[in-house]
Design a protein around this ligand. Structure first.
Ligand code: ATP
Length: 343
């Protein structure tokens, strides 16, 4: 099986991360054929909008992409791609990373499914007279439904439940519509339990009993807040990866793009010390998305296993370079899949 994947090249530590992804990709028991589009600042300056046309055409034709960090100078490539590809949902897994220092002792394993548009983030608001300002809060049923189908399908694959969270008792119209749309989708997944939590209570409960939560679906700003809080609980904003998705009119995933949460890290670019954990986790998420769930899960477990064993790059207190860590991951991954094959 050959999987065509668009590879959106970036700036700073981007090339080093790209090398790490290819090193692991070469060891997979399935073929990934990368189609590169160079989104580095230099190319964006040279080619203007044309480079985004090429990126969009490639993502549209391949269906899935991995993106490396890019510098935001004039435009934010992430914002342009989000608009171009109509990415309306972001899926961010946040889990306790063994070996990564954290002040929180509970074990977190969350799949945060967040609407990437609407809520209060779409409207910049306006001043009404000198002392009052207002902003619009936008919730669209169709976007919520797509996100909910994604969340319930994910929970079914993981054999777990879905929690939807908002402030429906206060924002009755908008959050009420959100919860109603999620409940409608939940009826189509009778085998996947659905619970609702008020957002403020959810934050407290995650801190008290993180094990009670797995897949959580939220509106734009709540998802933003929860992603950061959860990343803080596990001790790092920098190691997270996420997937961005667009949907067909009948709610199926159309395009998907996977990337690391951190930026281009210009201070360490070119030194070979960048931590490839986030981009490799993004790659694992991509593999699961294109149907290679077992391989994607195995890669994710391997990465976590290496961190648990104390193998890490400088930023996590270790001594390994980018490629030393990557080689460890590749070696352990090969051992893992060989062990499964001979079991
Ligand atoms: P950008 O403008 O691209 O967002 P930034 O420097 O503002 O860049 P990050 O790139 O996220 O933001 O970097 C913040 C800090 O975290 C820097 O000190 C950087 O070296 C470090 N950092 C970010 N990503 C990594 C990584 N993958 N490995 C090691 N350190 C990293």
């Amino acid at each position: 099986m050959v999987h065509r994947v668009t590879e959106l090249l970036g700036d700073g530590i981007g090339p080093e991360l790209c090398e790490a992804v290819h090193h692991v990709a070469e060891a997979l028991p399935t073929e990934v054929r990368f189609e590169q589009v160079d989104l580095s600042l230099e190319e964006r300056k040279r080619r203007g909008r044309g480079v985004y046309d090429e990126a969009y055409e490639s993502v549209r034709s391949a269906g899935a992409a991995i993106k490396y960090p890019t510098v935001t100078e004039i435009e934010s490539p992430n914002a342009v791609l989000r608009k171009r590809c109509n990415f309306t949902v972001i899926h961010r897994p946040v889990m306790t990373l063994p070996g990564v220092k954290s002040n929180f002792t509970g074990k977190v394993d969350l799949e945060i499914v967040r609407l990437a548009i609407g809520g209060t983030y779409q409207d910049p608001g306006q001043q009404v007279g000198p002392d009052v300002a207002v902003s619009l809060r936008i919730v669209e049923r169709s976007t919520v439904q797509s996100a909910a189908v994604y969340a319930f399908a994910l929970a079914r694959r993981l054999g777990t439940h879905v929690t939807s969270s908002s402030k429906w008792t206060i924002q009755r119209a908008t959050d009420g519509l959100f919860e109603e749309a999620v409940r409608d989708v939940a009826k189509r997944y009778p085998d996947v339990p659905h619970r609702q939590e008020l957002f403020d209570a959810l934050l407290a409960k995650i801190c008290m009993r993180p094990d009670d939560f797995r897949v959580i679906i939220l509106l734009n700003e709540y998802g933003d807040f929860l992603s950061d809080m959860a990343s803080g609980l596990v001790g790092s904003l920098g190691i997270a990866a996420s997937g961005s998705f667009s949907f067909t009119t009948d709610g199926r995933v159309d395009l998907a793009m996977f990337d690391a949460a951190h930026g281009t890290a210009p201070d360490i670019a070119g030194k070979g010390v960048a931590n490839p954990t986030a981009i490799l986790l993004a790659f694992a998420q991509l593999l699961s998305h294109v149907g290679e769930t077992a391989i994607g899960q195995a890669l994710r477990r391997t990465i976590l296993g290496q961190l648990a064993a104390g193998r890490s790059t400088r930023d996590l207190g270790g001594t390994l370079t980018t490629m030393e860590f990557t080689r460890e991951v590749r070696g352990a991954f090969l051992d893992r899949i060989r062990a499964v094959a001979t079991a």
